[in-house]
Design a protein around this ligand. Sequence first.
Ligand SMILES: [Zn+2]
Length: 183
Amino acid sequence: MRRFVLSLATAVALVGIGLPVSAALAAPVTTVTYDLSQAGKYAAASRQGIQIWNNGLKNVQLKEVPAGTAGAVKVRLDTVQNTAPYYSPSTKEIVLTQKQIDPIQSDGKPYRDPIRTFVHESGHSLGLGHKTGSNCVYVMLPSPSGNPRGCHDYKTPHSSEYSAVDAGALVTSLPAVQGQTIS
Ligand SMILES: [Zn+2]
């Protein structure tokens, strides 16, 4: 935000040339759109994940759009594949694989928390790669070393993850995974 903070003198000068101060002070917001029409049973969790990102982002906002909207990241429930949920940069698709999200474990929880799963995969769609280590405070821990079962209660990105998206992860990080899927 700091680059948008204008001194009072600058603001007065802008008024002097007829530029509205409110426009000059407003940070540009990049909107990333999501089509949840194929998310099925995970649509509600995906909406909560969108809200979690939006709560902490300043320069980027996620937005749900109607089915078929061009350019949107598609979020799709998959009931067949027995692979970790993933994001495909080439097709801009988040695939939420029910077989590796739902199975209820001995602690009564699903294998993966669907909200954390969406926050993680949408993190890839925002340009983030993986964090290293095993600290649940990072939503971008890779699976399975990210220990998804042990991180159920950590659905909110770390401040450094919000900052990375705000700083332009969307345009700087994705080339590393272009053409591949990333879980
Ligand atoms: Zn991942």
